[in-house]
Write a protein that binds this ligand. Structure first.
Ligand code: HEC
Length: 191
């Protein structure tokens, strides 16, 4: 009996630590059976897999929201590095919300659903792939600009103004943007 309880404990604690990553944009749904996409989770960002039901999994996403527009979750409390974005004015029910101090954004968690698939256990390989995509595509006409040349907030528009001159696939564009922002000159780790 004791052994069974110990096993059960390990099984549940392992499950609780089930962190996933995706190298492509994931559709998010507010409820398990919704067909309407409520938002998108962007590549390279961690999420916790809470439960699996049919073709969907319930995931917990952590991030920071600007109280004036609390339908975009960012990676940290002040830079526009998007983790997940929902349609404008979606009423999100946060499972946790800690108010930010001195104008910093609020720390939140949200539980939503996405389609079940094989998720990566970490984002190392996808970030390496993004780095190669960037170097190979953005270093053709001029030397590839160093990622530290721009701030996290500058990279999305800088990248978008050039990307149509490259062969970077539509489905990889957010992956490369996230890589650039996470290596920007002012990038700060989440606290
Ligand atoms: C087909 C050639 C070509 C490719 C591919 C290319 N660029 Fe450029 N890039 C240029 C040219 C030409 C300029 C000079 C300004 C202009 O024409 O807009 C430039 C300028 C820039 C600048 C300087 C802009 C400024 O205002 O200082 C940056 C930054 C830049 N590119 C980033 C990138 C990134 C990031 C990529 C990959 C997504 C990329 N480039 C791919 C041709 C290219």
């Amino acid at each position: 009996m004791k052994i069974f309880i110990v096993c059960l404990f390990f099984a549940t604690s392992l499950f609780a630590k089930n962190t996933g990553f995706s190298d492509e944009v994931l559709s998010l749904f507010l409820h398990k059976d919704d067909s309407k996409v409520a938002g998108r989770l962007l590549p390279t960002n961690a999420f916790s897999i809470l439960e699996s039901d049919g073709a969907r999994v319930k995931v917990k996403v952590d991030g920071f929201v600007n109280p004036k527009a609390p339908y975009v979750l960012y990676l940290n409390d002040s830079q526009r590095i998007i983790v997940a974005a929902f349609s404008k004015n979606t009423q999100l029910k946060f499972t946790r919300r800690v108010a930010g101090k001195n104008g910093k954004w609020d720390k939140v968690s949200i539980e939503v659903w996405t389609d079940k698939k094989e998720f990566a256990k970490n984002n190392k390989e996808m970030l390496a792939r993004a780095k190669t995509l960037y170097a190979e595509n953005c270093g053709i006409c001029h030397t590839a600009h160093k990622t530290q040349e721009f701030t996290a907030n500058q990279w999305p528009s800088t990248f978008r103004s050039m990307v149509d001159r490259t062969g970077i696939d539509k489905k990889d564009r957010w992956l490369v943007i996230e890589y650039l922002q996470k290596n920007a000159k002012d990038f700060k780790e989440t606290k």
